[in-house]
Design a protein around this ligand. Structure first.
Ligand code: SF4
Length: 413
């Protein structure tokens, strides 16, 4: 709520903003960033925050500027600073630790493509009666997980559409069966959007839904369905989906029972720069409160095969800038993940020098982005080599940071 008030004040104050100043920085001619912001970036990126934090207007100034390399270098400095702490148990020399970049191996399993939401940006969903609608059988589901395990994967990302006629017990049973067969696999499953849908459909509170799924085997919560956490955008793109407040309410409730999960942002469609920053501000505010987010993953809207196919794809330049600004603004997030799935391996790896410390996962299967016409493929050897070529030490991430604590497992009414 506080960030929403700041957002409104910002819009009022900056109705007639003057063009940016031209300043000199480190002896170079640098159009685009004010001296005030540059000194703030120096403080923030050095890790000596001293109460300094990027504000709403700072993030807008960064996103509006053409200083990609400069912004990236500040973000990279901050990543090195944060990650030397993060990996300090791995290598004795902190400067080496800051060069580690992580990745994972996992599979994105969409248990159904049937969905009643009909988001205009989605190329994946089908109606219940569509000839290519599906709901995975146990046999197919287990075969996919079994293959993932045989390839060294320890986590599945389990998400579906919002199915109109499955009973809630079906989801609990699916989780229980997976955990019985594959006790060591972390189920990173059900976006906050699905949780809100379950809550409304089965007349359960959000807490009841979360606790029951967790008791059945849910390990961590992916941040899907966030898109842009501003209701003007959500009403236009996906009017039947959870509001921004409700998306955040699910994450808050999950964090409060000891759960952990990621946060995402899909940008580059109908949102304004201000709305992107509003999204970041709302996540930062919740992270201040709960510390429950393990990672932030921004990715660009893929327009092919969607109702919004007239929208031009966001450039890699804009993607890298957004990634770097996310690192600088979300000062309370440990991990920022680069999205090679939407950007390709070369730009995805470049993101490791623009604020990201993780290159996401080698996806054994991915359906949602592929349905929108973007399908990059790689293997572990190529993935590691790409990270090495960028000057970093590749390290396969453990899923432990996504595992919930075992505290507070009791169902809260
Ligand atoms: S994005 Fe998700 S909720 Fe929206 S239509 Fe696609 S599957 Fe359904």
């Amino acid at each position: 709520m506080f960030s929403y008030i700041l957002f409104i004040l910002y819009l009022k104050k900056n109705k007639n903003r003057s063009p940016k100043k031209v300043v000199s920085y480190h002896g170079k001619y640098m159009p685009g960033l004010s001296n005030k912001l540059l000194s703030k970036l120096e403080a923030v990126s050095g890790g000596s925050f001293g109460g300094e934090r990027l504000e709403f207007c700072d993030a807008i100034e960064l996103l509006s500027s053409d200083q990609l390399v400069l912004i990236g270098s500040f973000a990279d400095k901050l990543t090195a600073c944060k990650c030397s702490e993060m990996y300090c148990y791995d290598l004795p020399d902190a400067s080496k630790n800051s060069l580690i970049r992580t990745y994972n191996v996992e599979r994105n399993i969409n248990y159904t493509n049937i969905c009643v939401s009909g988001c205009s940006f989605c190329a994946f969903c089908r109606s219940e009666f569509s000839p290519d609608a599906y709901l995975l059988s146990d046999e197919v589901l287990f075969a996919k997980i079994s293959e993932t395990v045989s390839l060294g994967g320890k986590q599945i990302l389990l998400q579906g559409g919002l199915h109109p006629s499955i009973p809630f017990e079906w989801y609990e049973s699916m989780l229980q069966k997976i955990k019985q067969k594959f006790p060591d696999v972390n189920i990173h499953g059900f976006s906050p959007t699905e949780i809100v849908f379950f809550s409304d459909k089965y007349c359960l509170t959000v807490e009841e839904v979360l606790c029951r799924l967790r008791q059945a085997g849910l390990g961590s919560l992916p941040g899907g369905g966030a898109e842009i956490l501003v209701d003007r955008v959500r009403r236009e793109l996906s009017p039947l989906k959870a509001s921004a407040d409700r998306w955040l309410e699910v994450c808050r409730a999950w964090h409060k029972i000891g759960g952990r999960g990621s946060a995402t942002m899909m940008f580059g469609h109908i949102e304004t720069l201000e709305e992107r920053v509003m999204h970041l501000a709302r996540l930062r505010e919740l992270q201040d409160e709960t510390e429950g987010f393990t990672a932030f993953i921004p990715w660009t809207f893929q327009p092919n095969n969607t109702k919004l196919k007239h929208i031009k794809k966001t450039s890699s330049y804009e993607y890298l800038k957004m990634l770097a600004v996310s690192r600088l603004f979300l000062d309370n997030f440990q991990t920022i993940q680069s999205s090679w799935v939407t950007q390709g391996l070369r730009i995805g790896t470049l993101g490791l020098s623009f604020g990201a410390n993780d290159l996401g996962s080698i996806m054994i299967e991915e359906n949602v982005v592929a349905a929108a016409g973007t399908s990059f493929r790689t293997n572990e050897t190529e993935f590691k080599q790409s990270i090495k070529n960028a000057g970093y030490e590749p390290k396969r991430r453990s899923d432990v940071h996504c595992q919930p604590s075992t505290a507070n497992l009791r169902l809260t009414k």
